[in-house]
Ligand binder design. Sequence first.
Ligand SMILES: [Zn+2]
Length: 267
Amino acid sequence: MPDSSWRLPPLIRASIVLHGLALALVLAQPGLWPWALGAVVLNHGLVAAVGLWPRSHWLGPNWTGLPAAAAARNEIALTIDDGPDPLVTPQVLDLLDRYGARATFFCIGVKAARYPDLCREIVRRGHAVENHSQHHRHHFSVMGPRGMTRELQAAQDTLAAITGQRPQFFRAPAGLRNPFLDMVLTRLGLRLASWSARGFDTRVGDAAQVAARLLHDLKAGAILLLHDGNAARTDAGVPVILEVLPMVLESAAAAHLRPVTLSQALA
Ligand SMILES: [Zn+2]
């Protein structure tokens, strides 16, 4: 379990100090109020901007790579988002089996509820189903703590009821978040996971281009982001992940890297 005593993330602590300093400045030198206000406005802009930066650690703990012990074991993680998808996911599972690879599926709660057997099949084949929110709302990163809690809790309940396993990891829709998320994750016992590399495979249908982005600088401890749901199509109409995955798995095998689930990497 993650640390149950929640502490304010570093950027939020720094922001509170800055607000205090701004107030002290106005009390001591009322004429300088425009400077104090300017500093506070800039600070709010910075906090909002950091929420748009998926790989940042300033709003709380965030996996942008596997723990050092997992990297030392030559492990990497394939994370596959936005499913399950009735057309794509079964083919992804067959490819993973062919290479003896394990993956983490960040599933959307409502899709999982639509295809529960597919979710159970993911787990039956040795992979992990984790929390990618209940609805994958585009405005997730501007929700307040109550809205975020509802989205995460609903997905926890949905996925646990289907697979019998409570998710341990959360990935934010599009990787975007705000300062409330860290507190909500701590309350629900979830870890935030982002990635070390992504191929933009919901938009780019060119498999070579997607694979090149993922494999650039591939090394032990990498977390790669792919999509079985919302996958872009190649010119031939094939979901791009189905062409990218064999390239990624071949490269990983050639480099003696072993794809494991995020929870295996914790062990
Ligand atoms: Zn997503």
